[in-house]
Ligand binder design. Structure first.
Ligand code: CMC
Length: 436
């Protein structure tokens, strides 16, 4: 944080003394006003539900320029990473601050693949779930349960523990997601095969059976890898902030990441990819392209509670760069599978075009986000809809860990403890039952 010469001055209309507050500059983005001494100096809190104007931390990991529609991981544009790197390069970058050289790449790959198996006991734990449980319910449980299996990596204040926990989580998430899937469909679990790429191994654990040889399709593996890269981190979103807040109490890394998984599940966040595809399927079932006008009318009706899922973002007030890349991947995957005429993709493109020309969306700067197209890609690859958010969680795990570790290493970090504006009943006395 670079202090600025400019100070922010807060004054009060009732004549109470005003105060000066320091201003800091980041590498990019708006300056921040340091309000940490505000309460001590004025006896007042700030009020900012939803963190609309609050920077909760300083971070060196990810930067979003919402007006330009730009996303940088450690300074590198997402488009270049998606083009020139794979997911494990991206993990290395997010965790360590720069891209690996050839040797570092090899070593990191080996390190991660050494941890892809999960404790055999996890299977029995998994079997306690109903087979029709939502994969995110299962994953929240499985990730939390890791802390019951890996006692040598649960001390968040020990850098070695944090390092091993990070690698374990990145390595084991694909195994856990695939196990949750296989359990749901009643097929045998497929163990990891470490000579495959990270995404290739995941696809094999998902789609192979012991009865037949399985060879992952390169185009689909690349698409899956791109999904992972695009979802790897996204600065202080709801689940990342949850992980930071949870970890700020000193809890173990697996528990903190499980909290992130739980938060991601919601339809306003990671659950939007599932919700977006369900929405497209609904429109398709009820008349398809012909019915888009009617659907958009409902979306615009304040009383309907219907949203155009996969559209809008707290930070992006322009096209989400991840959505552009995902649309490109969508073309590639559908081309590879001979599904050029996929009705869902056509419907999505028509819906996007209509929304982008409609004043409701234009005036509110609502553009497609990553979830608008990622569902179509995943569905084409053969991923069942309820598993979409689990795949998002798999990919976001590295971002959560990088952010958690950054927080622990920050000398300014404290347990997260927001304050409130209390508007409940004033102090009162308990009356005996017959007087209430
Ligand atoms: N469809 C219709 N109207 C919308 C939508 C939408 N998808 N998104 C925002 N609006 C309207 C909203 O009703 C409000 O209108 P008004 O000013 O008339 O009250 C205005 O646009 C501003 O919206 P907001 O709810 O104040 O914005 P927010 O920053 O609080 O919410 C959001 C952001 C992502 C939760 C919201 O846009 C949304 O619910 N989108 C659909 C769900 C979705 O696709 N989520 C995925 C986000 S990207 C992946 C991730 O990072 O998890």
């Amino acid at each position: 944080m670079t202090p600025s010469d400019v100070k922010a001055t807060l004054s009060f209309s009732d004549g109470s003394p005003g105060i000066d507050m320091p201003l800091y500059k980041g590498t990019h983005g708006p300056d921040v006003i340091d309000i940490r001494k505000l309460y001590a100096q004025t006896g007042k809190f700030t009020y900012d539900p939803g963190f609309l104007s609050t920077a909760s931390c300083q971070s060196t990991i990810t930067y979003i320029d919402g007006d330009k529609g730009e996303l940088l991981y450690r300074g590198y544009p997402i488009e270049q990473l998606a083009e020139k790197c794979d997911f494990l390069d991206t993990c290395y970058l997010l965790l360590k601050g720069d891209l690996p050289n050839g040797q570092q790449q090899k070593d990191f790959h080996k390190l991660v693949t050494n941890h892809t198996m999960v404790n055999e006991q996890m299977q029995f734990f998994l079997r306690g779930f109903r087979r029709d449980a939502h994969p995110m319910a299962v994953l929240t449980g499985l990730v939390g349960a890791l802390s019951a299996f890996y006692h040598d990596s649960t001390d968040i204040n020990n850098p070695q523990h944090r390092e091993v926990a990070a690698i374990r989580l990145i390595a084991k998430m694909p195994t856990l997601v695939a196990m949750a899937y296989k359990y749901g469909v009643g097929q045998p679990f497929i163990y990891p095969q470490n000579d495959l790429s990270y995404a290739g191994n995941f696809m094999r654990m998902m789609f192979a059976t012991p009865c037949e040889p399985y060879k992952p399709n390169d185009v689909l593996v690349r698409a899956m890898d791109r999904i992972f890269i695009l979802h790897a981190d996204h600065e202080q979103n709801a689940s990342t902030s949850t992980v930071r807040l949870c970890g700020s109490s000193g809890t173990n890394p697996f528990a903190a990441i499980a909290a992130g998984v739980a938060c991601l599940w919601g339809p306003a966040h990671g659950g939007a990819n599932e919700a977006a595809l369900n929405m497209l399927e609904d429109i398709q079932r009820n008349g398809g392209v012909e019915k888009i006008g009617e659907f958009i009318k409902q979306v615009k009706d304040k009383n309907s509670n219907v949203k155009l899922m996969g559209f809008g973002h707290r930070v992006y007030k322009n096209y989400d760069p991840r959505a552009k890349l995902m649309r490109e991947t969508c073309h590639e995957v559908l081309g590879e599978l001979g599904l050029h005429d996929d009705p869902m993709f056509k419907l999505a493109m028509t819906l996007e075009k209509i929304a982008l020309e409609d004043d409701y969306f234009v005036s509110r700067k609502l553009y497609p986000n990553v979830d608008f197209y990622s569902g179509i890609v995943q569905r084409a690859i053969g991923i069942p809809v309820p598993l979409f958010t689990a795949i998002f969680a798999l990919a976001r795990t590295v971002g959560w860990i990088a952010q958690l570790n950054e927080m622990i290493g920050d000398p300014e970090y404290k347990i997260g403890r927001p304050r409130q504006l209390y508007t409940g009943a004033a102090r009162r006395d308990v009356k005996s039952v017959d007087q209430r």
